[in-house]
Design a protein around this ligand. Structure first.
Ligand code: UDX
Length: 461
């Protein structure tokens, strides 16, 4: 008789914003003595600066081992080949693990890769879809899938009533792939997330119930949904997990000492932290407006500009910053340890693209936001930040799609110092207090993570 530990194979879509929450989730499973293996593409692994020490990682192939998505040419080519080669290499991996006496019980997969369900079924495994975006966004894609949302809306201010939402939202608040005709192929993939969702055992959402009760209640009537709570290391919350320092897998190297030393010298709540995540590309004109808006705000700022974006900064901007003293000092870095930054007492607001991870991280650490959404799910996240949770403002674009310097300056001042922004600052702290104070929130989350299907610590043959 052989005994096996319950064993989950985790299959993220290979981009930073999708891997980070799945890695956090994996850590929680691992802390409950569930064996974890993370399947990542060879091309992603090749570019990673550091591998996490606490996780077991296995390579699969997306068919583009040298260059990944960039090598594919088009998005459609990438996902098509990934499906074909990925299914085979994932199956081989499952077989290899079984042959080595460590069979997999369950696949937790990113629904961007819906073919994983077929692989799980072929091997008789439990399948769990893990949506890395929030329930509101998933609900919108679901309704595009069902043909309830008619496309494309004719105007940006056209109101759309979506089942599960308490009030209509404007077309400019739905994910960009829904309203932009050029993104048809990407939308097809997003809609495909639901193509076989009725076959899965569980649907996990990277959110927490209190944030989006209505829409979660609505979606729960269709799918077996569980929310997994804030996906940040427990060292930032209740410290329940020991030695929980590693955050995500990154292809970027954080400039940790430089950032933290600099922040340590800034007054409390004085700094604007600025970041647009791992993918967004800003127009050079937008970079210039942002640089001027930050300067004119007369606040200190820490701005993450990835090295590929740096050439778009105004000429001599970084050199001039080094000469600045007093208020309005700035530091530009290519990547930072974002959670350590958001947690730092010197941070007064987060000027963000509203990627879902960044939004959740700011909420979890009580930082008010200036939202400057760029694409994908970000406009919807920004809508919730401003109108539903009231923990930030949204910087309005002009007709060219650029947020001008005056608007940026105005938004920063409102969030950081003006009486009008007091409610926003207080609301941001409320979420922080709720997550900290209510230990039962974490307990509830952990219970959500370990429903009956995982109570199989030991399986006997
Ligand atoms: C993308 C999409 O933009 C996002 O909207 C979607 O929900 C997930 O995929 P990304 O653009 O990278 O993600 O943004 P975000 O979701 O915010 O994720 C960025 C991650 O990188 C965050 O976890 C953040 O903490 C981390 N980060 C960012 C750093 O660790 N250091 C940095 O300097 C910047």
């Amino acid at each position: 008789m052989t005994t096996h530990q319950a064993h989950c194979l985790i299959l993220p879509y290979p981009v930073q914003g999708h891997i980070n929450p799945m890695l956090q989730f994996s850590k929680r499973l691992q802390s409950k003595r569930i064996k974890i293996n993370i399947a990542l593409t060879k091309s992603f692994l090749k570019n990673m600066k550091e591998l996490p020490t606490s996780m077991s990682i296995e390579a699969i192939s997306d068919g583009y081992d040298d260059g990944g998505r960039d090598q594919a040419g088009s998005f459609l080519a990438y996902v098509t080949r990934f499906k074909e080669i990925g299914s085979d290499t994932l199956s081989q991996l499952i077989q290899k693990l079984a042959n080595s006496g460590c069979p997999v019980n369950c696949i937790v997969y990113d629904p961007f890769l819906p073919w994983a369900v077929e692989v799980a079924k072929n091997f008789g495994l439990v399948s769990v879809a893990f949506f890395t975006q929030n329930c509101a966004v998933d609900n919108i894609y679901y309704h595009v899938h069902k043909g309830v949302i008619k496309l494309p809306p004719t105007q940006n201010d056209e109101e759309i009533l979506i089942p599960g939402f308490s009030s209509p939202i404007e077309a400019s608040d739905v994910p960009t792939f829904v309203i932009s005709p050029e993104a048809e192929r990407i939308l097809e993939m997003l809609v495909n997330q639901f193509s076989n969702l009725d076959k899965v055992d569980w649907v996990l959402i990277n959110s927490f119930y209190e944030l989006e009760k209505e829409v979660i209640d609505w979606m729960s009537k269709i799918y077996p949904i569980k929310t997994i709570g804030p996906t940040i290391p427990s060292m930032y919350l209740d410290k329940r997990l020991h030695d929980d320092k590693e955050y995500g897998l990154s292809i970027f190297k954080p400039m940790t000492n430089e950032c933290l030393n600099w922040l340590n010298h800034q007054p409390i709540s004085s700094v604007v932290y600025v970041s647009f995540g791992s993918l967004a590309k800003l127009e050079a004109e937008q970079m210039e407006e942002l640089a001027c808006g930050l300067r004119n705000s007369n606040k200190n700022f820490l701005w993450v500009v990835r090295s590929t974006e740096e050439p778009k900064l105004p000429k001599n901007f970084i050199e001039e910053l080094k000469l600045t003293s007093g208020n309005n000092k700035g530091l530009v870095v290519s990547w930072c340890p974002q959670l350590q930054v958001l947690e730092h007492e010197s941070i007064g607001c987060f000027l963000t693209h509203c990627g879902w991870n960044s939004t959740l991280e700011a909420i979890s650490l009580g930082v008010p936001m200036v939202a400057m959404p760029q694409w994908t799910d970000q406009p919807t996240n920004a809508k919730f930040v401003k109108d539903v949770w009231e923990i930030g403002v949204r910087a309005k674009q002009d007709e060219k799609g650029i947020v001008r310097r005056e608007i940026i300056e105005e938004c920063i001042k409102l969030v950081m110092e003006e009486e009008k922004g007091k409610l926003i600052r207080e609301n941001a702290k409320k979420w922080l207090e709720m997550l900290w104070m209510k230990e039962e929130v974490q307990i509830k989350i952990l219970k959500n993570l370990f429903p009956s299907w995982l109570n199989v610590r030991v399986i006997k043959n």
